[in-house]
Design a protein. Structure first.
Lengths: 99, 490
C-alpha cells in the first residue's frame, strides 16, 4: 500500500502550484493516503496485453478547413482581456515578474 | 395549479393553444424560486430581468412553433452564457464575478429553440463532488428533506426541477453528476453517450468523460430537450457526427421484444434493502411491459470507481491549471514573484476537494507513478468497456440501482472523502464505457436514520449512441407508474 509522507505532499503541492498551510499538509497527507489506498485495488487486476483507453469516440485528429472564421458573436480581444484580475497595458496582461 | 409545475410537453400545448404566455411561465418560475429557494439554495445566479425580456419578445411575436418556445430553464453554473455570471460555484471565479464573453453551444442551441434561461444552478466546485457541499455558495438542499443533500454535482439542477423552480435544467455528468442528484431528488436525469452533445463553453473537469445533459420532470421532456441539444458541433472536436433521431417520436408505451440485463454486480451487500426492493419492483414493471429479463455479469464493475478516481484527478490537475490568477478571477495582493503568486492564488482559491483532486492527479501523473496509476487505470477502463460490449451482445439495455443508498444528511461525509466517493459506486461503469444512462424515479423509502420519505432511482443503461432505447424504456416505465408525478411539499 502506498503511504504518503508530509514531505511528499509538500512536493506535490509545489508541482501543482498550491500553497498549503502546515495544517493542510497534515490533513491532506492522511486524506491522500486513504484515497491512494482505495485506488490501489486496481493493482490486483491483470491487465497484461490489455491496451489503455484514452477516449471512446473512435474519432482521430479532427481537422477543420484552413479558412479564417470569425463569427460575429465571438468575443473581442478586449472582452477576453477584461476577465483578467491583473492590470492590462496595451492589450497585454501585466503579470508579476518571473525573475 | 402553478404553471412552473408543468412538464415541457404540457406547457408547449398550453402556449400553442394561447392558454398561457411565456411571460406567465417565467413569472411563475420566478415566484417559485423566490418562495422556496431560501430553503433549497438551488439557484446561485438569478437572471430574471433578461428572462422576462426574452419572454416578452417571444410573446410579442406570438409564435410558439419553435421546439422549446417560451420554456424556462436553469443551467448548471458551468455553462457559459455571454454576460451572465458563471462561476462554477468556485471562489476562483466568484471573486471577480466571472461573466463569460461567449455562449456555450448548448445554451445557444436552447436559445435558438426558444428556451429561456432563468439563471444558474448550484453545483459542487467545478462539478467535483456528489453532494454540492464543495460549492462556495453552500450546499443545495433536498426538496424532500432540506436537512439532506440534493446529491451532486448537479444538485441545484435536480432540486430546482423536483421543486418546480423551472421546467427543466441542464446538468453535467462526468461520474454520475446528473443521475445521482436526479435519483436523490426524484426527477429524470440523462447522461448521454460521450460526444452526443457538445461540451464547448462548459467549464471542463475531466475532458475525456464530461457529458452535457438534461434533468427533467418526465422522460418525454428529456426527449424534447435532447433533440435540440444533441449533434455534431464544429467547436467540439470530440462531438460525434452521428445523426440525431426524433427522440420523442421513438417513444412507445411498451417494451415488447426488448431484452434487459440485470447485472449481479449492482445488487451487492451494503445496498439499502428497502431501496433495492423498489429497484426490483421497477424491473418487474419493465417485464410486465413486455421486456425479457436476463441475468448478466459485468465483472469489472467494482473497479470502475477506483478507475474514475485515478483518471479524473489526472484530468482535473491538467484542466484546472488554467485558473492561475492571470486570465480569470481570484487574485491576491502579493505580486513580487510569479511562482509565489500562482501558489498563493491557487492555494487560497480552490476548495479542499479541488486541492485534493489536483494533488492526487499531479501525483498519479508524476514520474515513477504514471504507469502504476494512470496507465493501469486506462487499461482497466478497457476491461470495463469490454464487459459492456459483451453484455450488449445479449441484451439491449441494462437495469440497475442508481446508488447503494438514498439522499444522506448534509455534512455526514465531511471528514471522509472516500465515503463521499463511494456514493458514486454504481455510476462509473457507464462513465468508463462512455454509454448513455438514465435515472428514473421508482418509488420512495423511509430514510434509514430518520422518519422521512425519500425517492429511489432506477438506472437504465444502453449501448453507445443508444439514447433512443434508453428513453423508450424510461418512457414506457413512466406510462405504467406514477412515481414521477409525486411532488415534495415545500
Amino acid at each position: 500500500m502506498s503511504t504518503l509522507t508530509e514531505a511528499q505532499v509538500r512536493h506535490i503541492a509545489k508541482l501543482a502550484r498550491l500553497k498549503l498551510s502546515d495544517e493542510e499538509v497534515k490533513k491532506f497527507t492522511t486524506e491522500l493516503t486513504s484515497i491512494l489506498a482505495y485506488v490501489d485495488m486496481l493493482k490486483e487486476v491483470d491487465t497484461k496485453n490489455v491496451p489503455p483507453t484514452a477516449q471512446v469516440t473512435g474519432l482521430r485528429s479532427i481537422l477543420r478547413e484552413d479558412t479564417l472564421r470569425r463569427p460575429t458573436d465571438w468575443p473581442t480581444r478586449d472582452e477576453l482581456l477584461a476577465t483578467s484580475p491583473l492590470p492590462i497595458t496595451d492589450h497585454h496582461i501585466e503579470t508579476p515578474s518571473a525573475h | 395549479m402553478m404553471l412552473s409545475s408543468l412538464t415541457i410537453t404540457v406547457a408547449l400545448k398550453k402556449l400553442r393553444a394561447k392558454e398561457c404566455t411565456a411571460t406567465d411561465l417565467v413569472k411563475s418560475c420566478i415566484e417559485r424560486i423566490e418562495k422556496v429557494d431560501n430553503t433549497l439554495n438551488a439557484v446561485v445566479h438569478r437572471n430574471f430581468d433578461r428572462a422576462l425580456d426574452e419572454a416578452k419578445k417571444i410573446d410579442m411575436k406570438g409564435d410558439y412553433s419553435a421546439p422549446l418556445a417560451g420554456i424556462p430553464y436553469l443551467a448548471k453554473d458551468v455553462y457559459c452564457e455571454k454576460g451572465v455570471p458563471t462561476t462554477a460555484c468556485s471562489n476562483v471565479l466568484r471573486d471577480k464575478q466571472y461573466c463569460p464573453p461567449y455562449d456555450s453551444t448548448t445554451t445557444k442551441r436552447l436559445r435558438e429553440a426558444g428556451a429561456i434561461s432563468l439563471g444558474k444552478s448550484n453545483t459542487d466546485e467545478f462539478t467535483m463532488g456528489a453532494s454540492t457541499e464543495t460549492s462556495c455558495f453552500g450546499p443545495a438542499r433536498n426538496p424532500w428533506d432540506p436537512t439532506r443533500t440534493a446529491g451532486g454535482s448537479s444538485g441545484g439542477s435536480a432540486a430546482g426541477v423536483a421543486a418546480d423552480e423551472c421546467l427543466f435544467a441542464l446538468g453535467t455528468d462526468t461520474g454520475g453528476s446528473i443521475r445521482l442528484p436526479a435519483g436523490f431528488c426524484g426527477c429524470t436525469g440523462l447522461r448521454v453517450t460521450y460526444g452526443r452533445t457538445s461540451r464547448f463553453g462548459v467549464m471542463s473537469m475531466a475532458s475525456s468523460l464530461d457529458t452535457i445533459g438534461p434533468l427533467t420532470k418526465t422522460v418525454e421532456d428529456t426527449a424534447h430537450v435532447l433533440k435540440v441539444i444533441a449533434g455534431k458541433d464544429p467547436y467540439d472536436g470530440t462531438s460525434g457526427d452521428v445523426p440525431v433521431p426524433d427522440y420523442a417520436a421513438g417513444l412507445k408505451n411498451n417494451l415488447k421484444g426488448v431484452r434487459i440485463g440485470i447485472p449481479d454486480e449492482y445488487f451487492i451487500e451494503g445496498i439499502l434493502p428497502e431501496a433495492e426492493e423498489k429497484v426490483r419492483d421497477g424491473i418487474k414493471v419493465l417485464r410486465e411491459l413486455g421486456a425479457e429479463l436476463k441475468q448478466i455479469s459485468l465483472p469489472h464493475t467494482k473497479y470502475a470507481l477506483a478507475t474514475y478516481y485515478v483518471l479524473v484527478p489526472c484530468e482535473v490537475s491538467s484542466n484546472l491549471a488554467r485558473y492561475d490568477g492571470v486570465r480569470f478571477g481570484h487574485t491576491v495582493s502579493e505580486r513580487d514573484d510569479l511562482r509565489n503568486y500562482y501558489e498563493a492564488v491557487r492555494g487560497t482559491g480552490f476548495s479542499p476537494e479541488g486541492k485534493r483532486r489536483i494533488m492526487v492527479g499531479t501525483y498519479a501523473l508524476s514520474a515513477g507513478y504514471y504507469d502504476a496509476y494512470y496507465r493501469q487505470a486506462q487499461r482497466v477502463r478497457t476491461l470495463i468497456i469490454r464487459d459492456f460490449d459483451e453484455a450488449f451482445r445479449e441484451v439491449d439495455l441494462v437495469a440497475a440501482p442508481i446508488s447503494p443508498g438514498v439522499a444522506f444528511t448534509v455534512g455526514s461525509h465531511a471528514n471522509d472523502p472516500v465515503a463521499m466517493y463511494l456514493e458514486d459506486a454504481f455510476m462509473d461503469g457507464a462513465v468508463m464505457g462512455g454509454i448513455p444512462a438514465m435515472s428514473v424515479q421508482c418509488g420512495f423509502v423511509k430514510a434509514p436514520d430518520a422518519d422521512t420519505r425519500l425517492p429511489v432511482g432506477l438506472q437504465l443503461m444502453g449501448p453507445q449512441w443508444g439514447e433512443e432505447a434508453v428513453l423508450r424504456a424510461g418512457h414506457a416505465y413512466q406510462t405504467a407508474t406514477k412515481w414521477h408525478l409525486e411532488k415534495p411539499v415545500l
